[in-house]
Ligand binder design. Structure first.
Ligand code: 13P
Length: 251
């Protein structure tokens, strides 16, 4: 059975103290409700160690938002997958559209990052999605197919079983514009089918595919009701515990 997951992506927000407070608040609120999904907080690197201490890991898991494409050495300013793992983080977000757009991350770099994350026993939350012009010119399926194939389809079936996918149409990120429930389901089913063709039906049935892009407490239930939408990757609404909990409670 695949897992439902609600993961927050704090992006470059919150000082260390604010981040600890938010992690503690989410942890406490998650303890007061019945959780029907896995809860993950994607914090900035410097918050991770303290965030891991601030939560009960049976309730809330911690994720990095990136890791280096190199193992170790003279790469000033980078943080390796092994370093992330050593903090107690369980997940790492890879291939976010902001990393692709602003930091030049392409399929080949993301392939390296994925391999290093898996080698260090981190679970990648691997982001894919088209920009507006690609959707308008009906290239969205082609774009997503390329992103998945070129960064992930070299993996063995066993390796691939540790991947979580996150479909984030770039035009829906931080814009207040959500994909319609039909658009989300159509793309998620397309992605699951790609996985089935490569790795077989069982692996495809087991992979969690999250939706991201202006997901809020008031639209989460509808998005998550789609058979191929297994949760969300949440930006803005993950920065307030009550909003984030509202999305978690959609399951
Ligand atoms: P928003 O929820 O702010 O649109 O961001 C989505 C996102 O990019 C999560 O990774």
């Amino acid at each position: 059975m695949r897992q439902n997951i609600v993961a927050g992506n704090w992006k470059m927000n919150k000082t260390l103290q604010e981040g600890i407070d938010l992690a503690k608040e989410v942890n406490q609120k998650a303890g007061n409700t019945t959780l029907n999904c896995k809860v993950v907080l994607g914090t900035p690197f410097i918050h991770i160690t303290e965030a891991v201490k601030a939560v009960d890991k049976n309730r809330v898991s911690i994720s990095a938002q990136n890791c280096a494409d190199k193992e170790s050495g003279a790469y000033t300013g980078e943080v390796s997958a092994a370093m992330v793992k050593s903090t107690g983080a369980e997940y790492v977000i890879l291939g976010h559209s902001e990393r692709r757009a602003y930091y030049g991350e392409n399929e080949a770099i993301l392939k390296e990052k994925t391999d290093l994350a898996l080698k260090n026993e981190l679970k990648p939350i691997f982001c894919i999605g088209e920009v507006l012009s690609e959707r308008e010119s009906e290239k969205h399926f082609e774009v997503v197919k390329k992103q998945v194939e070129e960064s992930l389809f070299h993996l063995s079936t066993e390796e691939f079983s540790n991947i979580v996918l996150a479909y984030e149409p770039v035009w829906a990120i931080g814009t207040g514009k959500t994909a319609t429930t039909e658009q989300a389901q159509e793309m998620h089913a397309f992605i699951r089918n790609l996985v089935a063709e490569k790795y077989g039906k069982e692996t495809a049935e087991n992979v969690s595919i999250l939706y991201g892009g202006s997901c809020k407490p008031d639209n989460a239930k509808e998005l998550f009701s789609n058979p191929d939408v297994d949760g969300g990757l949440i930006g803005g609404a993950s920065l307030k515990a009550d909003d984030f909990m509202g999305i978690i409670d959609a399951f």
